[in-house]
Design a protein around this ligand. Structure first.
Ligand code: 5AD
Ligand code: SF4
Ligand code: FES
Length: 360
């Protein structure tokens, strides 16, 4: 017990400290979780921000080896929502006082895509009276594109690093010019330079991934000064090449537990960032998101994608909420967040406190 207490006294965790904490079990693990809950309660309060998630399109030019909607998966019904569908989902978010939207898609790089998103951003702001903060999650793009989207009203961007270890990154992606670790880093820098609140994240429990890799991921996030994070367990999908390596995976429950520890440690390291309780957690444990909220997460992304396309945005199997609609998810989450003794911060943007501080 004394070693964890000693580590928790420190103002800065070393790589070895983090590896130690990711391995905790039993009482010592509880001790870590309690500290993370305390840091959250004191720093940002027991509150959760909503981000209405619109899965705008599953068309993707990439072939990440883990992802169910990769280009080469021919068993995916490809779709792109119409502007009207997106704007009505945005209206739902505004009327229900969600505060923010996340617009997510597979990766497309083209002039027409850039222009379409630009128009869409302006139209959403018009339709909702500027009430919503908008986050984009549309992959790697040119600096100029990021700038144009920022100027059209997107002020947050999510781009997961997937793994901060370049060698592991290379094993998870095709070895070609479209899947370069350094471009991913370049994009994160470019987003930060443009003025976005920048979110990143990793998958946890990947084949070949070690505790050293995961500790490195948290230190990467700290060094990069991220404002937001989404970390979730890796979940195998049978339509992907990585599925062949499923015999190398740790059991799902273990991936889940390590994810909770990653969230707890990061909350202690960075007390003012926004941490999402990701949907992938709930694919493993029915109470997955609530558990994440209890150990430091403060953001939830209720799915507001029109129901008929939810089945088609399957990054991984067993994805929750595919048979539900936006109102079902709202009611469900209200009950769940109350169970986690947290309050939903309706009507608030919920900007990252870290972003505010780093721009002072
Ligand atoms: N399991 C878990 N997360 C996945 N993602 C993609 N495929 C999977 C999977 N099989 C995550 C990636 C990506 C985000 C949009 O979804 O981290 O950045
Ligand atoms: Fe495309 Fe993103 Fe899936 Fe990679 S993870 S294949 S970029 S949707
Ligand atoms: Fe979608 Fe529970 S959050 S059904």
């Amino acid at each position: 017990m004394s070693e964890i207490n000693e580590i928790l006294q420190k103002s800065h965790f070393s790589h070895a400290d983090i590896v130690h904490m990711l391995g905790l079990q039993g009482k010592e693990k509880t001790c870590l979780f309690e500290r993370a809950a305390q840091v959250k309660a004191r720093g940002i309060g027991n509150r959760v921000y909503f981000r209405g998630l619109i899965e705008f399109s599953n068309i993707c030019r990439k072939n990440c080896l883990y992802c169910g909607i990769r280009l080469d998966n021919r068993n995916v019904r490809r779709y792109m929502l119409s502007d009207d569908e997106i704007i009505s989902a945005a209206r739902f978010a505004a009327e229900n006082r969600y505060g923010s939207l996340v617009i997510q898609s597979g990766e497309v790089e083209s002039k027409s895509f850039t222009g379409r998103i630009e128009n869409l951003l302006r139209n959403i702001h018009k339709a909702t009276g500027g009430e919503l903060r908008i986050t984009l999650s549309c992959g790697e793009q040119e600096h100029e594109t990021y700038k144009r989207w920022y100027e059209s009203g997107a002020h947050r961007y999510l781009l997961r690093i997937e793994s901060s270890n370049p060698e592991l990154y290379a094993r998870l992606h095709p070895r070609d010019n479209d899947h370069k670790f350094l471009r991913r880093i370049g994009c994160l820098n470019s987003l930060q330079e443009t003025g976005y609140q920048v979110g990143t994240g990793v998958m946890i429990g990947l084949p070949f991934q070690t505790m050293d890799d995961l500790a490195g991921d948290l230190l990467f996030m700290e060094q990069f000064n991220i404002d937001m994070v989404g970390m979730g367990p890796y979940l195998e999908h049978n339509g992907t090449p990585l599925y062949e390596l499923r015999h190398l995976l740790m059991p799902r429950e273990e991936r889940f537990q390590i994810t909770l520890k990653m969230i707890a440690v990061l909350r202690i390291m960075m007390n003012d960032i926004n941490i999402a309780a990701t949907t992938a957690l709930q694919a493993i444990d029915k109470m997955g998101r609530e558990k994440a909220i209890k150990v430091g997460a403060n953001v939830i992304m209720p799915n507001i994608t029109p129901g008929n396309h939810r089945d088609d945005y399957l990054l991984y199997q067993d994805k929750p909420c595919t048979d539900e609609n936006a109102s079902d998810c709202k009611t469900c989450l209200e009950a769940r967040i109350a169970l986690a003794d947290n309050e939903i911060a309706y009507g608030e943007w919920g900007d990252s406190g870290h972003f505010r501080k780093r721009n002072r």
